[in-house]
Design a protein around this ligand. Structure first.
Ligand SMILES: [Zn+2]
Length: 311
């Protein structure tokens, strides 16, 4: 079958063997998949992953031990319990596999498998190019899951895809959002929903919640200086480069710093289905899977918005 494969290097193949499902797993035929920053990092060697790439998808269940799933259009959570120890929330479970990231082939192929308990049915009125955002949007709703009650306003740093989705999710959850980024053209897309500031403008005041999604050290420094005493900083981007940072503000102002990664899909899918969040302005281009190498090159361009693959 056709697949985007990461071996020694990234390649497009037509000769990948079709997967065999384990007990309680579905075989899924993806119709639209997203190229994520994580995929680009994996290509560079992050996690040492080998296999079929991809974890953002919407697709049709082709084969399943539970026939009621067959033919349904689904999205699915990416962390998978081992089959002999299925837990409700495997996001930090030892021995878990992660779709297209850790010990499990991903979604950029004509077929892939996923445990049944990971699947969520997509309502028919939600188009593929909206549903495919369930995974990255879930990461944005994770902020609420971690904090419980949200403060009435928030500062979001970073005008990339994740920053945009965090700004939208927090706005949807009732926060008054101020969104900071380097590119006026990107900020304009949400100017009707949130306050916007360019990165060189100072914040008007301190915020009880600051979400750092810039992917840069300077973003983290700004987050710590723009958060109110006893406020919360959510760290969304992984800055892999080692760097020096003065941590004294965290102590002096008693700031809570929370690392934040994958979210549960249900609140994100609901927001998409109810059209409370429409992420389509983030789509830059849709390529057929046969042109996946060009699509990866495109996605890796600086400042690129979302690149999708159609199957
Ligand atoms: Zn992703």
């Amino acid at each position: 079958m056709k697949a985007v494969l990461l071996e020694e290097k990234l390649q497009y193949t037509t000769e990948r063997a079709a997967p065999t499902p384990l007990d309680q797993e579905a075989v899924i035929r993806p119709t639209m998949v997203g190229i994520c920053k994580t995929d680009l990092e994996l290509v560079k060697g992050y996690m040492g992953f080998r296999g079929v790439l991809g974890h953002e998808f919407v697709g049709i269940v082709e084969e399943c031990s539970d026939p009621s799933w067959v033919g349904k259009r689904v999205v699915g959570e990416i962390n998978c319990s081992p089959r002999d120890n299925i837990v409700k929330d495997p996001r930090h479970q030892e021995g878990r596999t992660v779709l297209g990231i850790l010990n499990r082939d991903g979604v950029m192929a004509e077929r892939f498998t996923l445990p049944l308990e990971n699947l969520l049915e997509v309502p028919p009125h939600v188009p593929d190019e909206v549903a495919v955002f369930a995974e990255p949007l879930a990461a944005a709703y994770q902020i609420q899951e971690q904090m419980g009650e949200l403060p009435n306003e928030a500062l979001v740093l970073g005008d990339g895809k994740l920053g945009a989705l965090c700004a939208l999710a927090l706005e949807d959850l009732g926060c008054k959002v101020t969104w900071v980024g380097k590119h006026t053209s990107k900020l304009e897309a949400l100017a009707h929903k949130v306050e916007t500031l360019t990165a060189d403008q100072p914040s008007p005041h301190a915020f009880p919640l600051v979400v750092e999604a810039t992917g840069s050290v300077s973003g983290l420094e700004r987050a710590l200086s723009d958060v109110k005493p006893q406020g919360t900083v959510i760290l969304k981007t992984t800055v892999a480069d080692p760097h020096q940072l003065n941590l004294s503000l965290i102590v002096i102002n008693e700031i809570q710093v929370l690392g934040s990664r994958c979210g549960r899909f249900a609140p994100a899918l609901e927001a998409l289905a109810e059209n409370r969040v429409d992420p389509r302005f983030l789509i830059e281009k849709i390529y057929p899977i046969e042109e996946s190498m060009a699509a990866f090159e495109h996605a890796a361009r600086r400042g690129a918005a979302k690149v999708l693959l159609k199957l």
